[in-house]
Design a protein around this ligand. Structure first.
Ligand code: IDP
Ligand code: MG
Length: 151
């Protein structure tokens, strides 16, 4: 079982609505390790780089505006199969379509205010972690429950 790293954003609406603790708590309880975390006022430049694969789509400009509208919490998370696991915990992009029990399904109502971001592949995770964090901001430690999450 391979440990992976993924990049997560608690988006402006979630921070403003006081949902950051609840979201972090879900990851903690799942046994996912936070290896880096910071509160960031996102520049237009960073937002455009982060969403560059969506450039030209109708939601590109509104999404850049949304992510730069108020601080976000950026995190690097680690766990077994973390990329897909975290995407699963978040639910579908549109909170109206996301299953109940997922972060978006439980906490959101509208695709343009969908609470969280999570990397969608190994390549994207690597790109996003390098875009948002310096190597020295990523910590190395062992969580006390790690030995109890696998055989
Ligand atoms: P994802 O965040 O689930 O990976 P993507 O398709 O990669 O979804 O879209 C990136 C982000 O752009 C979404 O999380 C959402 O904030 C925004 N977005 C995507 N599609 C729409 C749309 O149809 N209307 C408004 N915003 C959208
Ligand atoms: Mg995406």
């Amino acid at each position: 079982m391979e440990k992976e790293r993924t990049f997560v954003i608690i988006k402006p609406d979630a921070v403003q609505r006081g949902l950051a603790g609840e979201i972090i708590s879900r990851f903690e309880k799942k046994g996912i390790k936070i290896v880096a975390m910071k509160l960031v006022s996102v520049s237009k430049e960073l937002a455009e780089k982060h969403y560059e694969i969506h450039k030209g789509k109708p939601f590109f400009e509104p999404t850049v505006k949304y992510i730069t509208s108020s601080p976000v919490i950026a995190m690097v998370l680690e766990g077994i199969n973390a990329i897909d696991m975290v995407r699963g915990m978040m639910g579908k992009t549109d909170p109206q379509k996301a299953e109940m029990g997922t972060i978006r399904g439980d906490l959101g109502q509208f695709i343009g205010r969908n609470i969280v971001h999570g990397s969608d592949s190994k390549e994207t995770a690597e790109f996003e972690i390098n875009l948002w964090f310096k190597t020295e901001e990523i910590t190395k430690y062992k969580r006390i429950d790690e030995d109890w999450l696998t055989e």
